[in-house]
Write a protein that binds this ligand. Sequence first.
Ligand SMILES: [Zn+2]
Ligand SMILES: [Zn+2]
Length: 151
Amino acid sequence: MISRTSSRITDRLREAGKRITAERRLLLDIITRNPHLDASAIHRLATDVNPKIGLATVYRTLNLLAELDLVDVSTLGEAHGHYEIRGDDHVHMICLRCGVIREASPLGDPRSLVDAEDFQVLQARLELIGYCPACQQDSKSSRQPHQPEGK
Ligand SMILES: [Zn+2]
Ligand SMILES: [Zn+2]
């Protein structure tokens, strides 16, 4: 699955006349394996592999991938962007307490809601903010925030 996604992406980069550098390959691999990270978290993971990779390179690459519609950027309730490989449409559910991000299937095409309004929709954003099941449990029993796995 991961290799099919990344070969689709490298094909798309080649079509656009972009070189597949080792840095771009590394960043794509990180984004594919770790959806919803922001640029500084992606940079941290990249420097574990290649300490020379700069934050500016990370931003340039993320902007390039977004321009080519290969990644989606969502704020996820914060002021900065979080990146994931463009895939199936989904809605993000963000826990206010532990910050875990879950994905849910979309609620149908939101564009259909505004058809009657003659509004030309370019992009639809919907984020569901609330509490994950573990935090709902925790808030009943204690005040310690739930630690999601992999954080
Ligand atoms: Zn939670
Ligand atoms: Zn997502």
